[in-house]
Design a binder for this molecule. Structure first.
Ligand SMILES: C[S@@+](CC[C@H](N)C(=O)[O-])C[C@H]1O[C@@H](n2cnc3c(N)ncnc32)[C@H](O)[C@@H]1O
Length: 223
């Protein structure tokens, strides 16, 4: 995703993100689940919503411009409880913090883990590794929310993504059917947690893109 795509829409996206998150996870407004990890946080829209709800949030992204934007947008003295922004690649699990200090996350668990519009960026097999790693970061009794777009048929390959600033970039993209994405998450959850876990899907029409469907999957890790 290009950082330029996000500029100028921060306020609207943050409002929408709050509605979307509280609809999917009504329990997040209660302070019973205090830590959150936002994987592929981009400019930190979801992270800031969670911070405002009282979570201690860690946002990670491998795009330097995105992490810079996330830092800039939370660099407001009136914003309490700022997220911790980590720059690095998720599967490798190696990050640096604001000061350039190494901050590995392996073994760290969070009450809420978001991976929205994220696992579809990994090639086949690696998407499986990515989902497992997402689920490993959830503390027992905690929750993961994993989302992608839903398509009529599975397909994948390199695609060109255009930013609002007119620049383009190539990226890998998996397109899943509702069934194949559910299967991916369900199998990963069973492997990681050692038991069959209910996986709750929501399939919704994107209000901003004609005909585009999103699938949001909620997984509760057994306590
Ligand atoms: C499509 S954006 C989604 C942003 C946000 N989660 C949302 O739902 O709006 C995907 C983000 O994941 C980041 N990303 C992609 N692959 C990554 C990886 N392997 N490690 C860390 N970040 C990655 C990109 O830089 C980008 O900011």
């Amino acid at each position: 995703m290009l950082a330029g795509t996000y500029k100028g829409t921060t306020g609207v996206r943050q409002e929408n993100a709050k509605k979307w998150l509280t609809q999917r996870l009504p329990q997040i407004t209660a302070p019973a689940h205090p830590t959150a990890l936002d994987i592929g946080c981009a400019d930190g829209t979801h992270s800031r919503v969670l911070s405002a709800l009282g979570y201690a949030v860690t946002g990670v992204d491998f795009s330097a411009p995105m992490i810079a934007a996330a830092r800039e947008l939370s660099d407001d003295p009136t914003v309490p409880n700022k997220p911790r922004w980590l720059h690095g690649e998720f599967l490798a699990g190696r990050y640096v913090d604001d000061r350039g200090t190494e901050a590995p996350l392996d073994g760290e668990r969070f009450d809420l883990v978001l991976a929205t519009a994220f696992v579809h960026l990994f090639p086949p097999e690696a998407d499986d590794d990515a989902v497992r790693k997402v689920l490993r970061h959830v503390t027992p009794g905690g929750t993961a929310l994993i989302s992608t777009t839903a398509d009529a048929a599975d397909r994948q390959g390199l695609e060109i993504k255009a930013g609002a600033d007119g620049r383009t970039a190539h990226r890998w993209r998996n397109h899943y059917t509702v069934e194949s994405f559910m299967w991916l998450v369900r199998e990963a959850a069973r492997d990681v947690y050692g038991v069959k876990v209910p996986v709750r899907p929501w399939v919704v029409v994107d209000p901003d893109a004609d005909g585009k469907l999103w699938i949001d999957v909620v997984v509760d890790r057994p306590a």
